[in-house]
Design a protein around this ligand. Sequence first.
Ligand code: SF4
Length: 499
Amino acid sequence: MGFFASPAAGRLSQIKATPLCARDSTPMHAETLAPVAPALPFPKELLQRLDTTGPRYTSYPTADRFVEAFGPAEQLRALKARAEGAAVGGRPPLSVDVHIPCCESVCYYCACNKVVTRHHERAAEYLDALEKEMALYMQALGPREAASQLHLGGGTPTFLSDEELARLMKALREAFHFAPGAEMSIEVDPRTATPQRLAHLAALGFNRLSFGVQDFDEQVQKAVHRVQPYEQVLELIVSARALGYESINVDLIYGLPRQTPQSFERTIRQVSRLRPDRIALYAYAHLPQRFKPQRRIVSAELPDGAARIAMLDGAIRGFLDQGYCYIGMDHFALPGDPLAAAKRQGRLHRNFQGYSTQPDCDLVALGVSAIGRVGATYSQNAKTLDEYYDALRQGQLPTVRGLALTRDDIVRRAVIMALMCQGRLEFESIELAHLINVPEYFRRELEALKPLAAMGLLALEAGAVQLTPMGWYFVRAVAMVFDRYLQADQVRERFSRII
Ligand code: SF4
């Protein structure tokens, strides 16, 4: 069956029955089992109506709400509270996130905080600073706190040489104790990796890889200045499997210049052949006024709204056809992947990396612009290297912004995460945990859900809000109803597109 159906309008009866994955317990409508002439899984009118921007809710409140009044002193207070919690046996697990900002060349779609340089000697100075930052965390938390997760992201972590990566891992292991079985993941730019490199990463303890692929079409790759042939990624994934990596993720982007539904279909077929355990599929947000590299993208080469919708639709259909489960938001996983199991069992969590099987962790975030979470606070490091280095030279944490959550923030975070992770908001569990009456507290929001219920995205039950299988695909639109900041401020340009 082809991934792309003729753009016939779908019907709600078909949508409600769209399975989330082969093992999903949702009963399948007879029409979805029909082997020929498949209709679109979503009505085009619905996709057009929901073609807007919104947060991805890797945190609530979202990072754009952080304030400068939250600085190093506030971050230290949060760390101290965690350390005191440890003394009485009460603290969440710890996760560590390291941001490596350097990239050798710029991808034109990039919206990340990075430094483009070919001067690899700059890495040594950055590692010095990271070690100083780790020392400050050790002072505040105590030496070698146990951590259950490590993530190296960027920028390009594989900008670092093998020796530099070994140095970084040694310092991290001296600062934190990574428990046996900890998830140790690293983002890999295929252009900076070889099978030997992957073997070195495995020897350093990494057990999860995430490859930035975006699109395999050569014309698209040229248009975004990121050329990496399919064969190169294939060789890396085959090597990673042979090396015993537990999980391989591939990132894709739709909405890029020169992409067409037909070209993206080819990419989806190629990615499916690679059989990554997880796939993240993001929508490109073209904001050249905010992100300088995007000014090099030729606007006339961008696909229009209808083509974007066809690409999203085709990708969802393609990955489901190929046996992947839809996890939520932008994520797919093979049925045997722990993420798919967690979805089936209602044990999904969400953090700054997206969906996770790990329970809510405190997150120590190291490096320039890194965002962390400790207790009921979020913090962000300085965004420029100069500022970041300056703070550490003075022996200070490089925190420049953050937020201490209010009670209302905490309640809304619980509601949004329940919707994003379980697809269900059980009033009773929120009422017991937060001592509120949900129908009273969220009177306006429950009213605002009614049009979404009429669109078939959710059911309003007596004591719960339940997403429909279709609603899972638009969970952001549902979560946004509970975002107090967003409701107060209708300027959403800073966010990525929902579809
Ligand atoms: S997309 Fe990634 S690799 Fe490309 S410039 Fe941005 S941070 Fe660097």
